[in-house]
Design a protein around this ligand. Structure first.
Ligand SMILES: [Zn+2]
Length: 381
């Protein structure tokens, strides 16, 4: 396949970072910029626009090569377009710089670096020799809960059986990830003057009982084990606790925010069921206790265990053994039921989501080479 002259990938990345796309903002300007890389004679584009809860326009974009017609795409490249917010004092956040072989700026690593690699690849693509179409899906609002990816999944907009989902993995193919669950527990008591405790009921004392129940549920969650993860089982965290009105008032309410990360093979709501089960036992022992659990998020884990062709290919190309991650990705939502998703991309996740975020240009270039090789492997045979 002949590659036409294209913009250097780091130049594309500098442009992408200079278009701010914090999740709350519209990503439409960035989608409009990305669209200019898809030659109309090679690519068919479809926009999936929607308004978020504040009325802001968000756009998912799906692009598919026009050739060969009436054929299922063999490979899809999936990438989110939004970023986490940045500190106002970080001048390079949306005025990116290339320094010492790295591009610095918000999103350079998570995950506009991979997006630049996609755009470099698609702009040089000639559709004539393709034996199966290539698909590209660009999504909105990943950082606030994979909102765009969920919408694309609901619309069945991505059809390829193999997906490379961009996230900074240091070019390590990631074939499995933990899921994510979130819930709020409200414990209700009865306020009273603290000098007369029996006139009320302390929601904070009851919350302590609830916390002990959650710890018991966490213990039960240590089975089943999944050796590919560290730690090798689902985890629970109570990250927030708020309760009470004043030091001399028996607290009338206490709220606990609980999250959990299920391993592949267990349902995303298993921790929720175990906590409910423990709460029911607690209510039997302490009938006056009032506690309600409200689930807020249930993202499934993902694992491409049966099919390994893409994982094996990316392993050979990158030289990195396949791995797992303990955070959620879009792969859990857009993954095809009959295929394989691998999370992959340049940059190190530990430099993402903080001031000074950056990506090495050498990894960007290597990623472009790997995308070409994957494209040749799946769409040219
Ligand atoms: Zn990301």
């Amino acid at each position: 396949m002949e590659k036409r002259a294209v913009m250097p990938v780091e130049k594309i990345l500098l442009d992408l970072v200079a278009i701010p796309t914090v999740s709350a903002q519209s990503n439409e300007p960035l989608i409009a910029y990305a669209q200019t890389f898809f030659a109309p004679n090679v690519w068919a584009l479809r926009r999936y626009p929607y308004r978020d809860s504040t009325g802001t326009l968000k756009v998912n974009l799906v692009a598919r090569t026009r050739r060969p017609p009436r054929t299922r795409p063999a490979l899809a490249l999936v990438c989110h377009t939004d970023t986490v917010p940045y500190e106002a004092s970080w001048r390079e956040a949306v005025k990116p710089v290339l320094r010492g072989g790295r591009v610095y700026g918000r999103g350079s690593c998570d995950v506009k670096g991979f997006l630049a690699c996609i755009l470099s690849t698609v702009s040089a693509l000639d559709a004539a020799p393709l034996t199966a179409p290539l698909e590209v899906a660009l999504t909105a609002e990943e950082e606030i809960g994979c909102v765009g990816a969920r919408r694309l999944a609901a619309a069945k907009a991505v059809r390829a059986p193999r997906l490379i989902v961009g996230e900074p993995t240091g070019l390590t193919p990631v074939y499995a990830g933990k899921g994510y669950g979130l819930a709020e527990i409200v414990v209700r008591g009865r306020e009273a003057h603290s000098a007369f405790p029996t006139a009320g009921r302390s929601a904070i004392f009851d919350a302590a009982r609830v916390l002990a129940s959650i710890e018991r549920a966490a213990k039960r969650l240590q089975r089943p084990r999944h050796a590919a993860f560290d730690p090798p089982h689902a985890t629970i965290n109570v990250g927030l606790i708020r309760g009470g009105a004043a030091k001399n008032i028996i607290p009338g309410e206490c709220r606990l925010t609980v999250e959990w990360r299920p391993v592949p093979g267990e349902p995303p709501d298993r921790a929720l069921r175990l906590i409910e089960d423990e709460l029911n036992r607690l209510r039997c022992r302490v009938p006056a206790l009032e506690a309600e659990i409200q689930p807020l998020r249930l993202d499934p884990p993902f694992e491409s265990a049966k099919h390994t062709e893409l994982r094996d290919l990316l392993r050979r190309l990158s030289g990195h053994p396949p791995s797992t991650v303990s955070f959620g990705t879009e792969a859990a939502h857009v993954r095809p039921s009959d295929g394989e998703a691998v999370v992959f991309g340049p940059g190190d996740m530990t430099t993402a989501h903080r001031t000074g975020e950056h990506v090495p240009v050498a990894q960007l270039r290597a990623c472009v080479r790997h995308l070409w090789a994957a494209l040749a492997h799946f769409c040219l045979r």
